[in-house]
Design a protein around this ligand. Sequence first.
Ligand SMILES: O=c1[nH]c(=O)c2[nH]c(=O)[nH]c2[nH]1
Length: 319
Amino acid sequence: MMKLKSGRTLYYGKGDVMTYRTCAKPLETAPVPESRYTGCDNVIFAHNVLFSVSGESLLSSFTQGDNSLVVATDSMKNFILRETAAYEGATTEGLLHFIAERFFAKYPHITSIEISGDRIPFLPVDVPGPEGLQPSGLVYRRSHNDHASALLSLSRTEDGCEVTEHRSVLSGLQLIKVSGSSFYGFVRDEYTTLPDSYDRPLFIFLDIIWRYNDVKDALDSGNGAYVAAEQISDIAHAVFHEFNTPSIQYLIYQIGLRLLARYPQLAEVGFESNNRTWETVVDPAEELKPGVFTEPRPPYGFQGFTMTREDLISEGEQS
Ligand SMILES: O=c1[nH]c(=O)c2[nH]c(=O)[nH]c2[nH]1
């Protein structure tokens, strides 16, 4: 939320700016043991961008109807689309920063910008080639599964701009583990109807949020420290697989510890989870035998948790 010095909130902008950039610089990332992902060709580098600006000079546009300093949101949309062509980098965060930096340069009366973007995932497809199936490089498949996104808040400085807030996000991950999750031992009193569960089909919706020690690692993949949402997802899969979990709370803590261990360049990781545990209709006779489940009924439980490098250090001291 962008505020003026007076504490007043003031902003305006444009959302759902669909930028289907093609042939951006390929992304290369350092490997991690849990993932095959080491980068992306970025032939399709597509985003849904949300952009807003603020500044003291815009106050009169609200209070006096003075449009003389109002950059039309239609022009903002054109700016985002056209400048996306000039971006030479390989990351969502870098693209957002590039657009904001150029906007500050073009419009001196704008003093702060908030910009976020959802990556629109187009996945590579394999087609027959001389040596068997190989990536087409031309045809891509639109995915409606989880996706990466990022948000930057920026302020004008004497010689350019600085990032005052940033976050990178994996949104909309949905994972089911058919066996190996329990939930028991919780408060049992006159309000409790939920039975103990020693092996439940745990279906979770999960958003994972991360922040870098130095935002430069997010902007420029050339530093070799860029963290790809695809690897974050793969690490979450691996931890979910490995651990028998007594709750979603404990599961996300374990995912957080692994992420902080894998990526020393991250200062903080966070989670927003949603419990969609399937409702059992026909109980499996034993683990990994046939069962039938159905969609749970609302309302749904949720969890939120943030962790810093301190959590990893204190965990190391305990073990
Ligand atoms: O993992 C869970 N945590 C809870 O806090 C909770 N509460 C609940 O009803 N089911 C679950 N599951």
